[in-house]
Design a protein around this ligand. Structure first.
Ligand SMILES: C[S@@+](CC[C@H](N)C(=O)[O-])C[C@H]1O[C@@H](n2cnc3c(N)ncnc32)[C@H](O)[C@@H]1O
Length: 268
């Protein structure tokens, strides 16, 4: 066996859900132990600022031309922060599929959508592998808000290959990420760097990308980068007023998500 073969030999495969899903159970439990209700803990575990970020995520996809008639996949849908905001927008022919590795978060997302009046057009599914369980060339839009920020590059690449398979020829995807060029994100990198490897990998990680990394992986997977919005570039028009960092932001204002956003299409 050659030197490299030892590293290339596949180890026993673990399902995604075992690893990433369990990390989120730990985070939910942490927030419950802090005294939050089950519902609040599930909202907090996916990043908090549930109402405001939900509005900004919705407005980001509206900026991409989302009309409510599309088939949209929300990869790493969490506890429904975006899904519930899509309920009033979804038209008769529109479909939403939320995918996640954590069953408790999916359960909460279903509850939130039901509370908002969402019906059969909203489906959720637990996944345990980097597989997008839909037919090839069947989806108009895939979003992954704050997901590749927490998973290994190799898993992101596997999702990109899936994206290539399932996107319609004119479909698009939005992938948000953390960048070494943004001061706040760099602080997160330093925080990760300050931990030993065991501690770092025993909790939900923050992966901060060197610009161009995801672009290259997307290209290798057969995708085309349409745009790459830096985290501090305000490209999203608010469709309703929100409160962000204690400040009121009005409808019509341009805003950013706080993460960089890669917009992808299938390479023809
Ligand atoms: C920070 S939360 C963001 C949730 C949601 N996208 C939002 O913006 O409200 C990250 C989500 O990704 C999910 N997740 C983690 N690893 C994943 C993986 N490998 N595949 C799919 N989802 C994953 C987590 O369970 C969690 O719900």
């Amino acid at each position: 066996m050659g030197f490299l073969d030892r590293f290339l030999k596949p180890e026993e495969e673990k399902e995604l859900g075992d690893f990433y899903g369990n990390l989120y159970d730990g985070l939910i439990e942490f927030h419950e132990n802090e005294g939050l209700s089950a519902e609040e803990a599930r909202k907090q575990a996916i990043g908090g600022d549930y109402e405001t970020i939900g509005c900004i995520e919705r407005d980001a996809i509206l900026a991409l031309g989302y009309s409510g008639r599309e088939m949209i996949v929300d990869l790493g849908c969490g506890s429904g922060r975006l899904a519930r905001k899509l309920v009033p927008l979804l038209k008769e022919e529109g479909r939403y599929l939320g995918l996640d590795v954590n069953q408790t978060l999916i359960h909460e997302a279903r509850e939130q959508v039901a509370k908002a009046g969402g019906g059969e057009a909203f489906q959720f599914k637990k996944i345990t592998d980097p597989v997008i369980p839909v037919e090839e060339k069947s989806i108009d839009l895939l979003v992954a808000f704050s997901v590749v920020t927490h998973i290994d590059l190799e898993d992101t690449f596997n999702y990109f290959k899936e994206l290539k398979r399932v996107l319609k020829p004119d479909g698009q995807a939005l992938i948000s990420y953390l960048s070494t060029e943004i001061e706040g994100h760099w602080k997160l990198f330093l925080q990760e760097a300050g931990m030993n490897a065991g501690a770092r990998n025993s909790r939900v990680r923050n992966h901060v990308m060197v610009p161009g990394t995801l672009n290259r992986l997307a290209e290798k997977a057969g995708l085309q980068v349409v745009s790459d919005h830096a985290a501090d570039h305000s490209w999203i028009t608010l469709t309703e007023a929100v409160e962000l960092d204690g400040k009121k932001r009005e409808a019509g204002e341009k805003i950013h998500l706080g993460q960089s956003c890669l917009i992808l299409r299938s390479k023809s």
